[in-house]
Design a protein around this ligand. Structure first.
Ligand code: NAD
Length: 266
């Protein structure tokens, strides 16, 4: 299976290059970077700290999509629209790890999924996807006497907050209570906020160091607290999951899927 990587010089991009090259049955078809990136023209594998593979990092996304069965995209939300167009043009499947899309960006992804296979996940790790399932279940078991608060910590380079995973966990918890996160999300509390509203789901973000990603879903009752916690030790969990998802797209019909589909949890 021919797998291309857009944003291949990024933190996740380099992990993905290693994962594809190290996975049997996968062939690396190439990789792109954004205009002006200092990695353009370099060997993809060398840039990821491996022996050279003979593939230069280019700006030519059109050629990459044409040469690939599936593209893995961990870049920026601003790059998604072009990647969706190219995926439709060349009938290439897309594994989308990029987070931070606004409502119009999400609508464009849903629309493109009428024509192509897209796997979009806020978090490609297996452990976090188990956390999604458990958060939904626990939110249904513990009523709104238990206040739900989600706390996430990530490295200092992350540009969006709360993390896509934290939002996904909030959505899972809200689903467990039969409500929509949009109606109950309490984001970025600051100053005189007033008392906590019953039924709210709080989202708080901490940034610092090189923390790969930590998420806690807290159910705080009157006299007890239940906490579900996931700590990622390496970005390898995301690249492994993304390449697993890329292989899974082979033979799938057009549609928008997530990691729970890929892992067979649905
Ligand atoms: P990064 O900044 O290290 O890498 C992003 C790369 O994309 C950069 O090298 C940048 O130059 C490149 N890029 C930007 N625009 C481009 C374009 N138009 N074409 C090609 N390349 C382009 O960031 P990162 O830490 O690797 O994270 C990237 C994204 O993946 C973020 O949105 C992050 O939140 C997300 N992420 C998702 C998961 C998940 O499991 N879903 C896990 C980790 C990170």
């Amino acid at each position: 299976m021919k797998i291309g990587i857009v944003g291949c010089a990024g933190r996740m991009g380099q992990m993905l290059v290693k994962e594809v090259l190290g996975t049997e049955g996968c062939e690396l078809s190439g990789g792109t970077e954004g205009p002006g990136n200092s990695a353009l023209g370099k060997d993809m594998a060398s840039h990821a700290g491996l022996e050279p593979c003979g593939l230069e990092i280019t700006e030519d996304a059109d050629a990459l999509f044409a040469a690939s069965d599936v593209i893995i995209d961990f870049t920026l939300p601003a790059a998604t629209a072009n990647h969706l167009e190219l995926a439709k043009k060349h009938q290439t499947a897309l594994v989308l790890g990029t987070t931070g899309h606004e409502a119009d960006g999400l609508a464009a992804i849903e629309a493109a999924a009428n024509d192509i296979t897209i796997v979009k996940a806020m978090n490609f790790s297996i452990g976090v996807n188990v956390l999604f399932a458990l958060s939904e279940q626990l939110a249904g078991i513990l009523d709104d006497e238990y206040d739900i608060e989600i706390v996430e910590m990530h490295h200092k380079h992350k540009v969006d907050a709360p993390s896509g995973t934290a939002i996904g966990l909030g959505e899972a918890a809200a689903k467990g209570r039969g409500i929509s996160l949009d109606d109950v999300a309490a984001r970025g509390r600051d100053g005189i906020t007033g008392e906590r509203k019953k039924g709210d789901i709080g989202l708080a973000s901490i940034r610092g160091g090189e923390v790969v990603g930590e998420h806690s879903v807290i159910f705080a009752g009157e006299s007890e607290r239940v906490e579900l916690v996931h700590k990622a030790a390496s970005r390898g969990i995301f690249s492994k999951g993304a390449v697993h998802a890329a292989r899974w797209t082979d033979g799938q019909t057009a549609g928008l899927y997530d990691m729970l589909d890929v892992l067979g949890f649905k």
